[in-house]
Design a protein around this ligand. Structure first.
Ligand code: N01
Length: 535
């Protein structure tokens, strides 16, 4: 491959999900030569990979889509409140076709490495097929949850049945009929899959390490009137979402759970429980800042679990004892009800850990479970994981992984850029609001900022843009200070990296509010990109 001419473009984008597609559209519209590299054989990103049974979104569909184009919003009609993966994937395919994006996407291609060439001021991007591409701008749109975590259980290679990770689900249907299935993990993915698989499998064993606070999604079909009204209200909706704390048009309803009366608080929680979705998380502003308020929410959910699950011993095992919301809020459809089925068994692997995978199943400290299929719903190496999978090197050949000390000292400016890595932009990178905001809205804000910035660089004939060490130190400090006032940092979750053995603990989500964050990014741009050196 060494003698092949190196292709050159203005921008290389990684990933053809929500982020990569819109970034491509923006840069194409502005006349930049751009190529997207995508590992999968289709568009969709997280919605391409996550095809497991029951996969659906936990943000309501009418908010979980692009808002940059009224035409796209009006032409597409969602069928239900929380659509299944297949429908969201169809939506992203529709967008790719409607905006004629496919010709700039190279599928089945993994970017192995990207090295900044200090002489040319360009990124040399290495592909898995041996080709190299030179790009002025290197933009990552690889999401925060794309590095699957399959725990290193001893013996997995000797298992004679089939095993799957939820984030790498096969395209063809996995048939559970007559099968003994085991599922490890009870996060969002496991909790969505469990009720669906239980209905099909002969027997389902759920290996739970930590129980979850999950709220009924209460999915339902939309009717025509609702859709008409929503589309008619597009401008207001877009304004509300883009100027909100969380990228959805919701605000917190009440200031403090602990200061409310017992009677009223119960009414508020009951109403939110009946409403389903993220209404519960928005009941009181202090659920994630005050431990006593938090415990009120936690106790309410535990009472619902005890009401639903018939066997009191099983119900107790399903009751979380840590602080509500410090792991991501899960939405479910008949999750706790599933434990009332005769063909479902809950195994507490904190009490009796998994020792190994055997040829025929799972061996815990106390029992052996015979299985035909094992499903790993064991989550992801979040936030830094997707970036560290690629050999990204900035100035002096230093890798991102080394600069950030394997995740122990991540520093970014606005979650968009990091010092010594010129002309690198991260869409929803560490220390941006990312996963605690409605992702398509967070993505739109980043993409528009990056596109406008690249346009500015062209207009002003600027070759290199690089954040200052002082600017990123200040931003990272600001992120940490805000996070330290919340209960998030006390939780063991993928938010804090605690789910991955040996991963340094850090909380890399900006919690100052999406609205404030957007204004800050706008100010930086208006002040000729203060905090960046423009050379
Ligand atoms: O992953 P998770 P996920 N032995 O990390 C357990 C988004 N998402 O794929 O809690 C035994 O939440 C682990 O146990 P513990 C959403 O943001 C959204 O479910 O670490 N168990 C946990 O129970 C979500 O938060 C949607 O003790 C092990 C589970 O595996 C994020 O993706 C749908 C283990 C992993 O849960 C990740 O969700 C799906 C081990 N060695 C995902 N290692 C929607 O939009 C891990 N576990 C609805």
């Amino acid at each position: 491959m060494k003698n092949q001419p190196i292709k050159e473009v203005d921008a290389v984008i990684l990933g053809a999900g929500f982020a990569g597609l819109y970034m491509l559209h923006q840069l194409k519209s502005k006349g930049f030569s751009t190529i997207v590299y995508e590992t999968g054989d289709g568009v969709g990103g997280v919605w391409y990979w996550n095809r497991y049974p029951g996969a659906r979104c936990d943000i309501e569909s009418i908010y979980y889509n692009y808002t940059f184009s009224i035409e796209l919003y009006e032409e597409w009609t969602w069928t239900s409140r929380f659509p299944e993966q297949e429908e969201i994937l169809r939506y992203l395919n529709y967008v790719a076709d409607r905006l004629k994006l496919r010709s700039n996407i190279q599928f089945n291609t993994r970017v192995k490495a990207a090295h900044f060439d200090e002489e040319q001021h360009k990124w040399l991007v290495h592909l898995n097929d041996g080709h190299q591409v030179l790009a002025k701008y290197f933009i990552t749109g690889i999401g925060c949850l794309s590095a699957a975590n399959v725990p290193k259980f001893q013996g997995l290679d000797q298992f004679s049945g089939k095993w799957y990770h939820t984030g790498h689900w096969p395209h063809e249907k996995v048939d559970f009929t007559g099968k003994r299935v085991g599922i490890i993990g009870t996060g969002s993915s496991g909790i969505q899959a469990i009720p669906v698989i239980a209905k099909e499998a002969k027997h389902l064993t759920v290996f739970q390490r930590t129980p979850q606070y999950t709220i009924p999604a209460r999915n339902h079909l939309y009717d025509e009137d609702f859709i008409r009204e929503t589309k008619g209200n597009f401008k207001n909706l877009k304004h509300a979402m883009r100027n909100s704390v969380s990228g959805t048009p919701f605000a917190y309803n009440h200031p403090s759970a602990i200061e409310d009366s017992d009677h009223h608080r119960q009414e508020v929680f009951e109403e939110a429980w009946a409403q389903g979705g993220f209404a519960f998380a928005s009941t009181y502003k202090d659920l994630l800042t005050n431990e006593q308020s938090n415990e009120k929410a936690a106790a309410f959910i535990r009472s619902k679990i005890r009401e639903t699950v018939q066997d009191p011993t099983v119900a107790e095992k399903l009751c979380p004892k840590y602080m509500y919301g410090t792991k991501r809020q899960v939405l479910d459809s008949d999750y706790f009800e599933t434990y009332n089925r005769d063909n479902v068994l809950l195994v507490d692997v904190k009490e009796s850990p998994i020792l190994e995978i055997t040829e025929t199943g799972v061996q815990t400290a106390s029992d052996h479970f015979e299985l035909d299929i094992i499903i790993f719903a064991t989550g992801y190496d979040g936030m830094t994981g997707p970036l560290f999978k690629i050999d990204i090197r900035g100035r002096n050949g230093v890798t991102l992984k080394d600069k950030w000390e394997n995740g122990a000292s991540v520093q970014t400016y606005l979650g968009l850029a990091t010092a010594s890595f010129p002309n690198l932009f991260m869409i929803t990178g560490p220390e941006s609001p990312s996963v605690l905001v409605n992702m398509p809205i967070a993505i739109e804000q980043h993409v528009e900022w990056i596109a406008q910035c690249i346009d500015y660089l062209r207009e002003h004939d600027i070759d290199v843009m690089e954040t200052n060490a002082e600017a990123e130190q200040a931003w990272s400090k600001h992120c940490r200070e805000i996070a330290s006032e919340t209960l998030y940092v006390k939780g063991d979750s993928w938010y804090t990296g605690a789910n991955i053995a040996g991963k340094p603990r850090s909380f890399l989500i900006y919690l100052g509010g999406f609205d404030y964050y957007t204004k800050r990014c706008q100010e930086v741009a208006q002040n000729n990109y203060e905090g960046f050196q423009l050379l």
